[in-house]
Write a protein that binds this ligand. Structure first.
Ligand SMILES: C[S@@+](CC[C@H](N)C(=O)[O-])C[C@H]1O[C@@H](n2cnc3c(N)ncnc32)[C@H](O)[C@@H]1O
Length: 198
C-alpha cells in the first residue's frame, strides 16, 4: 500500500488491497448499522426525484442501488475497479445508472448535477484534495441542487482526515460561498449534512 500519510490522499491501491482481501470490507451488504444509515441518507433527500445525480465513491453499489430509485440518471464513480465491478453487477437491472472509474477530485465529470452524494469518502482525501473537491462539487451543482455529506465520526489513524474535519470544512466553505445548509444530523457514530446551492 502507498500514500499512507496525512498529507496525501489514499490511492487506488489502498482500496484495491482491501477489496482483494474481502469483497465487502465494510459489510455494506449485511450490517444493520449501514442499513440504518443508508435509510437515513435516502430519507434526508428533500426532493422526491433527481434529474441527474453524482455519487462519489460508490464502492460495491449497495447505496447506489437504493439511491437510483430516486434518480432519472445517476453517475456513480469509484477509484477502485474491483469495487466497481461488483457495483455494475448489482445495478445491471437499473438502466439509469452509469459507472465510471474516477479519482476525484483529480478527475471530475464535465456535466452538472442536481444532487451530489459524498458518503464515507471525504476522509480519504488530504486537505488540499478536500479543498479542490469542494470547489469542483460546488461548480458542478445546478441552482437548487443538493449536496449530501455522510461520514463516520471515529478516528481511523490510517485516514488523512476525520469525518468532522470533512463536515467542518464544508461548513467553512458554505460561509464563503453560496452553499446553504438545509439540514444536519449527528448520531454517536456518523454525521449527515445536506446543503443546497441557491
Ligand atoms: C467506505 S467506501 C464508501 C462507499 C459508499 N459511498 C457508502 O457510503 O456506502 C469508500 C469508497 O470510496 C472510494 N474512493 C476513495 N477515494 C476515492 C477517490 N479519490 N475518488 C473516487 N473514489 C474514491 C473507495 O474505493 C471506496 O470504494
Amino acid at each position: 500500500m502507498s500514500n499512507i500519510g496525512r498529507d496525501q490522499s489514499l490511492a487506488a491501491d489502498f482500496f484495491d488491497t482491501l477489496y482483494q482481501a474481502d469483497p465487502d470490507p465494510w459489510r455494506f451488504e449485511t450490517s444493520e448499522y449501514e442499513a440504518a444509515k443508508y435509510a437515513a441518507t435516502i430519507a434526508a433527500l428533500p426532493k422526491p426525484r433527481y434529474r441527474s445525480a453524482f455519487e462519489i465513491g460508490g464502492s460495491i453499489g449497495v447505496l447506489t442501488e437504493q439511491l437510483a430509485q430516486r434518480c432519472d440518471a445517476l453517475l456513480s464513480v469509484d477509484i477502485s475497479a474491483l469495487a466497481q465491478e461488483r457495483a455494475i453487477q448489482r445495478c445491471k437491472h437499473l438502466p439509469q445508472v452509469r459507472f465510471e472509474l474516477m479519482n476525484v477530485p483529480h478527475e471530475y465529470p464535465k456535466e452538472s448535477f442536481d444532487l451530489v452524494l459524498l458518503s464515507e469518502v471525504g476522509y480519504y482525501w488530504c486537505q488540499a484534495d478536500l479543498h479542490s473537491a469542494q470547489q469542483r462539487i460546488y461548480e458542478s451543482l445546478e441552482p437548487g441542487g443538493h449536496l449530501l455529506l455522510v461520514h463516520w465520526l471515529h478516528d481511523a489513524p490510517s485516514y488523512p482526515l476525520r469525518g468532522d474535519d470533512v463536515h467542518n470544512a464544508f461548513q467553512d466553505f458554505a460561509a464563503v460561498s453560496q452553499l446553504k445548509s438545509v439540514s444536519s444530523q449527528r448520531t454517536a457514530d456518523y454525521r449527515l449534512d445536506l446543503y443546497e446551492r441557491p
